[in-house]
Ligand binder design. Structure first.
Ligand code: OAD
Length: 229
């Protein structure tokens, strides 16, 4: 089976009612990014950070996968599909995708502030002040914040390098290193980009730009993709 690798961003979950980061009404509006998504913000006011992610976790829990997520899951019948997502929701998994790399972590996991390898499923929907890891340190969301390493980037690069078809769906491509992933795709392999406000991308052979919402474009181009399987 050929390999389809898909880089997704907040846009693929927009039609499920989860706010993107940089569109009007995006999630950062009303929030100072550095207050809620950086190690400095955490040190300054951990309770505020926990509240912010508790709310986002609730929103993600209440949301449902949309036709965009479902089409990517459906494509597993025709391709070996790897999703590399910047999203911290779990809508790809709930739509049925079986191979998902969460580059920026997951809303549904907590981790120790003493040892980043101590990761736990969150029970009861919230992390609160006083919730501790097995070694007694406060738990934090298992999310990659600004200024932190992206430990799964090497895995993602390996996927991009070995892709037969690569897609970019619903990301403004402004946050690195994720934004650089498509540069690892071999020149002779097709890249599809789906976004109603297409990000700026240097021209290359075999580039298909589709200025449409993911929930409409993905089901529509499914037949075209299957022809490449
Ligand atoms: P952005 O908010 O920067 O970009 C969302 C993109 O989705 C934009 O290009 C929109 O045009 C597009 N979009 C909106 N609705 C769409 C739809 N229905 N279908 C397809 N595309 C649509 O979000 P990201 O690029 O994902 O990191 O942001 C990257 C990272 O920045 C996030 O993972 C987050 C943030 O800092 C962390 O939290 C660590």
């Amino acid at each position: 089976m050929k390999k389809l690798v898909v880089l997704t961003g907040a846009g693929i979950s927009a039609e499920s009612g989860i706010a993107t980061f940089r569109d009007a009404n995006g999630l950062w509006e009303g929030h100072d990014v550095m207050e809620v998504a950086s190690p400095q913000g955490w040190r300054k006011n951990p309770a505020l950070v926990l509240d912010f992610y508790n709310q986002r976790r609730k929103n993600a829990h209440d949301a449902q996968p949309n036709p965009g997520h479902r089409t990517l899951a459906e494509l597993e019948k025709y391709f070996k599909v790897t999703i590399v997502t910047q999203n911290v929701d779990n809508l790809h998994e709930r739509a049925g995708s079986s191979q998902v790399i969460h580059l920026h972590g997951s809303l549904f996991q907590s981790r120790s502030t003493l040892n980043e390898n101590l990761v736990y499923d969150i029970e009861g929907g919230e992390i609160n002040m006083g919730d501790k890891c097995e070694r007694g340190s406060q738990l934090r969301p298992n999310i990659v914040w600004f200024g932190e390493m992206v430990p799964l980037m090497e895995d993602a690069v390996r996927e991009a390098e070995t892709a037969d078809v690569f897609m970019v769906v619903g990301t403004s491509l402004v946050v690195y290193p994720a934004a650089g992933l498509m540069h690892y795709v071999p020149d002779n392999k097709p890249i599809y980009v789906i976004d109603p406000h297409l990000p700026r991308i240097s021209p290359r052979p075999n580039l298909h730009l589709i200025a449409e919402k993911a929930g409409i474009a993905l089901p529509r181009i499914m037949e075209e993709l299957i022809k490449q399987a």
